[in-house]
Design a binder for this molecule. Sequence first.
Ligand SMILES: [Zn+2]
Length: 343
Amino acid sequence: MKADWLRDKKTRLERKNSFDGSLVYGTSKFNADTGRAARVLQPFKDLIDRETGLIGSDLVRSRNCPVCGEAPGPGLFIKDGFRHVRCPRCGLIYVSLILREDILIRYWREETAWLSVLHSSPQSDMDALKYQYGLDLAQSLLKEDEAPGALLDIGAGTGDFVLKAREGGWDATALELNLETADYLEREGIQVIVKPLELSDLEGSSFNLITLWEVLEHLTDPRIILQKTRRILKDSGLLLIVVPNAGSLVTRILHEKSNTFGGHSHLNHFNVESLTLLLNDLDFEIVELETILTELGTINNFLDFQDPYLGNAGEFWPLITPELIHDKLWGSRILLLARKKGG
Ligand SMILES: [Zn+2]
């Protein structure tokens, strides 16, 4: 049985708006107070070859479309030294020449600049509400004897989600490469797997819920990770995924000016269609799909010729509302829950 708030569109929208930093704080204040404004998150910019404008060829490797395997089509744009392409077959926007695996793994183990943005108090306040929303949603979709049950959070980030899940009664495990977060969670008594999922020895059918909060966009091969995820889920277990939405209104308007495009860490830019294709292909049934976070202030700033992230434009076009944005699945993140099909 679904909880009442899930069926009531207005209550659900109010809950989503309550953790939308752009609405709660205003865009420029949120970006300043979380440290996004001060921080230039281009850790590999010194490695860009001045002649080609691309990251040095000895540091990257090529790949085909990680959803459908098609060879890269013509480029869309180059940003921060990385070429972004759109798959001619499935429409996924992705980085075709990505950093070598050893460079990426070292980056994730040692990264602290982005973590400090996530640890800032406006961000962690918003995230706490967002994580509770995700847990409530998952809980309402699992049977009573399955929730709260065994949970694995892949890519635990700050660790705030896995701690919140434990508070809610879940038997929560984290998988996280970042050494700072892993240490912190271990001190908090959380079991942490500090290696990539494909190298872990987790047993099949172990978890009722597996969560991937803003993780799939970072993976060199999201298909392999989702296959392994499926194996370690119990029958009819749930997968919760949140990813940036390449079909969002803010991304459609800003194109490469959108912060979601960088190239060193955001490798895959799913929209509703490409994410649905991948999950159906891997035998998951999508049971909830919606968008969260509007970036309404970012849109208004850009439409007013201001810096999209630091401007202070008022409401430019009153027809664009959070309700419209989420009705059209134009929010800046896709949130979905999918159930493992079959046995
Ligand atoms: Zn493709």
